[in-house]
Design a protein around this ligand. Sequence first.
Ligand code: GUN
Length: 279
Amino acid sequence: MTARLIDGKAIAAAMREALTTRVAALPFRPGLAVVLVGDNPASAVYVRTKDRAAEAAGIAAATIRLPAGITEAALLAEVARLNADPAVDGILVQLPLPQSIRAEAVIDLIDPAKDVDGFHPRNAGLLALGRPALVPCTPLGVMKLLEAAGVALSGRRALVLGRSSIVGRPLVALLLAADATVTVAHSRTRDLAAECRRAEILVAAVGRAEMVRGDWISPGATVIDVGINRLADGRLVGDVAFAECAAVAGSITPVPGGVGPMTIACLLENTVTAALRRR
Ligand code: GUN
């Protein structure tokens, strides 16, 4: 391996430590409500991780567990209750939701001022316009990783691989706001490899295990891997074939220990941001 490792775990730990100090100095305790519907095991793990991280930072975290069979109307009523609760600064409804519930209806009802996931159309629209907004945690974490790693963005060619509303699209807006020259590639892109080879900064967020190969990477490029994929043998890998790409890249994030910890740290930061704006 020749690439420098971008240590998301360490960068996130420093962020959380600074945040804990900030929270301790506040005259109130920020509140985060995490809503978990059903018993998706991966979601249960994520929610527990978020809850513990929040409590460790001094944020009052409450997990609201609802049955998989809950009606959309009942879930909407729960969101309305959290919107009205003055002790709740941040609301996060863990996705995916059961098929019978329209996720969009739920997201649209969350008070944009409490939308710590940044998924509400108001926040997405503000971000797209380059105006202050609550920004989705994973793309925000990617930007903070790039900043902490000292990666210059202005004028440089950045490629975002993936166009999801949770990662790809908001990341395009953030990279543009940082004056990068941004290309978005996706499943229908012709010659993905050639597009990747032009990138000085490559962010992979497609959810396909080890799709990005070593010969797709421009020598010296910065590679950020947002993917978390479980292989049949139980191993956790990203969207990037790590060993191959690390032999060519200038710097690279590992999976696990790259973007994942940053997502949690940014959720805590968004909760404090929302609390300070509201109170
Ligand atoms: N499911 C997978 N990622 C996320 C996320 O960032 N927020 C929420 N609410 N659910 C998710």
